[in-house]
Ligand binder design. Structure first.
Ligand code: MG
Length: 459
């Protein structure tokens, strides 16, 4: 059976694998997974094809007898927020998150608002393989209705989780870069509601991404980094295309790596709860553990991928969770990565501590995290992984195999993990010493490359 879902839903190139018949097949299979009755929420991001594919999804579900609630162009976490509140049994999101403009995708949300588990995705994949098609008579066709109230309901809920009075009293000036994505319809209004003076960049939804590509990297946010000090703003905020992530720029224009925000907010959550569990993938920085342990917190590591993190948080009743890419999860709001909630929580922290973002970050344990990748044919993935696991087990202090191989050695760690979707291994390495982090990454790259050459045999 062909695997369609990666770590975060289906992502394909529009006009190639992703076309109207493909969307119909996948959504028909989703429709078959649940009985007609409770509504199905359909929402979409700002990509050029998203509204069109969403309408195909709605129509496909309605002719299969479902009641469809179209919630419109919204951030993925806003759609996740609405699924349980509209008593829906499933949510279908047309989005490709931060991918380049030629991509789009499909993501499935469970009745609790969490991304569905792998077993549900496998059911969809089986349905696609079998080719399920609905042929209902006129009397059993479902309906499609529009619900445009979701954006402001979502914004109000987030404002309810922070101290609006304290944030307002700080009279913060914030530069917000929506990256022409789904956050255009929510985050500017949220920040105004929190009493900030808001200056927006790229705040019109446009799937051509005229401002910059929708991955919130340092290179893509050069304008934001320049604008913050030039405008005398306190800080800058940027979202990825579907706004389940938020990244920050401090008052000097420094791009704040996601692992620093993860550590800062994890420490705050543990401090406020006087302990508790923080869930993060095995790729996260050691700084999270360093920051929460002295406060009575515990870090639980998972495989990479936000569905795994949120489900583990649910099971463990975690006080906080998230990824090192700016995808943070605040369980008091919802068990979903949420860019707008992340922005509000960070402003709340700045207001409570009466410090600047730069000052707050200066107090954190400092590590250098190097992220690299190296090619590996998909068919050699498992063999290469076993080979490097064996090699590293011999001369490392400790090896963890939750996802790939994570070896603690030489004053840091290196993680070698095969990509779920691409013919490559991701290599992450970390140490307090930048030179050691780089050396560990090189060691990892050489180990994978050497194993590929050895196992591939003579060309
Ligand atoms: Mg995203």
């Amino acid at each position: 059976m062909a695997r369609l879902f990666g770590t975060n839903g289906i992502r394909e190139v529009v006009g190639e694998t992703l076309n109207a018949p493909f969307v119909t097949r996948v959504v028909s299979a989703i429709g078959q997974m649940v009985p007609p009755g409770p509504p199905i929420v359909v929402g979409w991001d700002a990509r050029t094809s998203s509204a069109a594919f969403a309408r195909i999804a709605s129509g496909t579900l309605a002719v299969a007898g479902h009641h469809v609630l179209e919630v419109g162009l919204l951030p993925t976490p806003a759609i996740q927020f609405l699924v349980p509140r509209r008593h829906a049994q499933v949510g279908v999101v047309i989005t490709a998150s931060h991918n380049p403009p030629e991509f789009n995708g499909i993501k499935c949300i469970g009745p609790d608002g969490l991304e569905v588990e792998r077993s549900f995705e496998e059911g969809i994949e089986q349905g696609v393989e079998k080719g399920v098609a609905s042929a209902l008579p006129y009397s059993r066709i479902g309906d499609v209705s529009a619900d445009s109230t979701g954006a402001m309901e979502y914004v109000a809920a987030i404002a309810g989780h922070v101290d609006v009075g304290a944030i307002t009293a700080r009279r913060l000036t914030v530069v917000l870069d929506c990256g022409n994505g789904a956050s255009c319809v929510t985050s500017p209004y949220l920040l105004r509601r929190l009493g900030c003076r808001v200056i927006t960049l790229n705040a019109q939804p446009d799937g051509n991404f005229p401002g910059h590509l929708s991955e919130p990297t340092m290179a893509n946010l050069a304008d934001l980094a320049r604008a913050v000090p030039a405008l005398g703003a306190d800080l800058g905020i940027a979202h990825d295309g579907d706004a389940d992530r938020a990244v920050f720029v401090d008052g000097t224009g420094r791009y704040v790596p996601g692992e620093e925000t993860l550590t800062l907010m994890a420490r705050d959550a543990v401090e406020r709860h006087h302990g508790g569990i923080v869930v993060t993938p095995v790729s996260a920085s050691q700084s999270v553990e360093d920051a929460v342990r002295p406060l009575g917190g515990e870090v639980v590591y998972t495989r990479v991928g936000s569905p795994t993190v949120t489900h583990e948080m649910q099971v463990r009743r975690a006080v906080f969770g998230g990824e090192e890419n700016g995808g943070l999860i605040f369980p008091q709001h919802q068990l979903a990565r949420d860019g707008a909630m992340t922005a509000a929580a960070l402003l709340d922290l700045v207001a409570r501590r009466r410090e600047t973002l730069g000052e707050l970050l200066a107090g954190l344990p400092r590590y250098t995290l190097v992220k690299e990748k190296v090619g590996c044919p998909v068919e050699l993935r498992a063999k290469v992984l076993a080979h490097v696991a064996e090699t590293f087990a011999k001369d490392s202090e400790r090896v963890v195999t939750i996802d790939g191989v994570k070896a603690y050695r030489d004053g840091g760690w290196v993680l070698l993990r095969p990509s779920g979707t691409e013919p490559l291994f991701r290599v992450f390495a970390e140490s307090k010493d930048p030179a050691k982090a780089r050396a560990l990454a090189e060691l990892g790259l050489r180990a994978v490359d050497g194993a590929v050459r050895e196992l591939a045999g003579p060309a």
